[in-house]
Design a protein around this ligand. Structure first.
Ligand SMILES: C[S@@+](CC[C@H](N)C(=O)[O-])C[C@H]1O[C@@H](n2cnc3c(N)ncnc32)[C@H](O)[C@@H]1O
Length: 429
């Protein structure tokens, strides 16, 4: 199989294996000298499934990819190319793949550039709209590098949950549409949400400290939002460290952090911020409603070892999925997939009887296209299946740990419930 093309080249022509791949590539590459730098990857045990050639980004070349026959081969490709110069933004571009489905490992500029999603990604990466259009219409893997300019404007028509949250935290990673939604609320409601967001964000260090003390060295942040927000902390809170910074603090530099979000704008920012970070955090763009596909994708398989405990954070992400059935199903798949000793940490917008402020945000948020869905303690508790909850159980987020910086605030100020559980050694998920 060759990069740069969807078609395989594993020995069907007069030339065999890698030689055929090289011949195909030589015809396609605008920079044939890159062929000399091609990485040859043997697939399958002892290379019995064939060979693929991966050509680095360089010269006028801005992207590349290989197609392989399933996520085990995909993992081999990822392992061979990870960290090598010339293979930036290495990723698994397969969607919803089962173990034997075709997989696509890509690098360089986003490869889905033909569609709107790709167009937005290119803009996110800083390509001028004219350059993006040129790229989209030519649609070649070998075209000239397009001009790079900053994004001309930051107004996007619809608000998004992660960016609204960033406005509430006082961050700069948001757009006018997000700011307008927050501005449309009364001063009292804005304050209510700001306090709730700050309480949620300040919960993370206690969780990392607890999981690290239990020996967990793999962390999966589902619905991560902006991990290292520019946000200013509220009066009585310390600054908001990003998860991978906390993980490095408690577990050292070799522990792994994987950030996941489905918002392409957040994803572009995350990538931009983290790619040079010495602690080497990783990130995956995925919709966690499709949990099974996500967990079996080649990239996730490559990044995390599911035979060992993983600490999974689902902080304020499930309220943004309105179907109770989808949430329950995704959590069941996740619990089943994780090894004993793994942890689930959830924070979730919740009803607190008369004092609850959250339910009054459902309508304005839904009118703005955000599926905001607070749930009650009983429903949130069921998300842990039969895993026993750590003390103090299901409580308002700022009451989970006595040293929470907002612990002195009113019971209902969190507007959310937090809980933590570890998967037992035996028993069902
Ligand atoms: C309020 S932010 C929470 C950020 C972070 N977890 C925290 O606690 O600070 C919610 C994030 O979940 C993401 N999200 C919502 N639905 C999602 C889904 N189905 N799959 C992946 N991410 C999702 C949003 O894009 C947003 O960034």
């Amino acid at each position: 199989m060759t990069n740069n093309a969807h078609q395989g080249a594993t020995g069907n022509g007069a030339l065999s294996g890698a030689a055929h791949g090289r011949a195909v590539l030589a015809e396609r590459l605008a920079d044939p000298e890159l062929l000399d730098q091609a990485v040859e990857i043997r697939l399958g045990e002892d290379g019995i499934d064939g060979t693929c050639l991966a050509v680095p980004v360089g010269g006028r070349r801005v992207a590349g990819r290989v197609s392989v026959a399933g996520w085990i081969q995909a993992r081999q490709v990822l392992q061979a190319l990870a960290g090598k110069p010339g293979f930036p933004y290495l990723r698994d571009d397969s969607h919803g793949n089962e173990i034997d489905d075709p997989c696509h490992i890509a690098w360089g500029l986003h490869t889905g550039i033909r569609d709107d999603h790709g167009r937005r990604m290119a803009q996110m990466l800083g390509y001028h709209p004219a350059g993006v259009n040129a790229y989209v219409t030519e649609q070649t893997w070998r075209d000239a590098r397009v001009p790079v300019t900053p994004l001309p404007e930051r107004e996007l028509s619809a608000p998004a949950g992660g960016r609204v949250y960033d406005v509430l935290l006082g961050g700069r990673d948001n757009y006018l549409s997000d700011q307008r939604l927050v501005a449309s609320l009364t001063e009292h409601d804005r304050q209510t949400l700001k306090v709730a967001a700050a309480i949620n964000r300040a919960h993370q260090p206690a969780i990392v400290e607890t999981l690290a003390a239990r020996g967990i060295d793999q962390y999966l942040d589902l619905g991560c939002g902006h991990p290292s927000s520019d946000a200013l902390p509220m009066d009585d809170a310390p600054s908001y460290a990003a998860l991978h910074e906390l993980v490095a603090q408690y577990r050292g530099g070799t522990a792994r952090t994987v950030y996941v979000d489905h918002d392409t704008f957040i994803f572009g920012k995350v990538r931009h911020r983290l790619e040079d970070d010495p602690r080497r955090p990783e990130w995956v763009s995925a919709d966690i409603r499709y949990m099974r596909q996500f967990l079996t994708s080649g990239r996730v398989q490559y990044l995390l070892d599911f035979s060992r405990p993983v600490g999974v954070l689902l902080h304020d992400v499930l309220p943004w999925i309105d179907s109770d059935g989808i949430v329950a199903q995704a959590m069941a798949v996740l619990r089943e997939r994780l090894a004993p000793g793994s942890a689930l940490s959830i924070t979730h917008a919740a009803d607190f009887g008369e004092d609850n402020a959250m339910s009054r945000f459902v309508n304005p948020f839904r009118a703005a296209g955000l599926a905001f869905t607070p749930r009650n303690a009983h429903t949130i508790g069921k998300l842990f299946g039969n895993w026993p909850l750590e003390k103090p159980g299901l409580v308002p987020t700022h009451r989970w740990h006595p040293e929470h910086p907002h612990a002195a605030r009113e019971f209902h100020d969190a507007g959310a419930i937090a809980a933590l559980a570890f998967k037992p050694e035996t028993g069902r998920a």
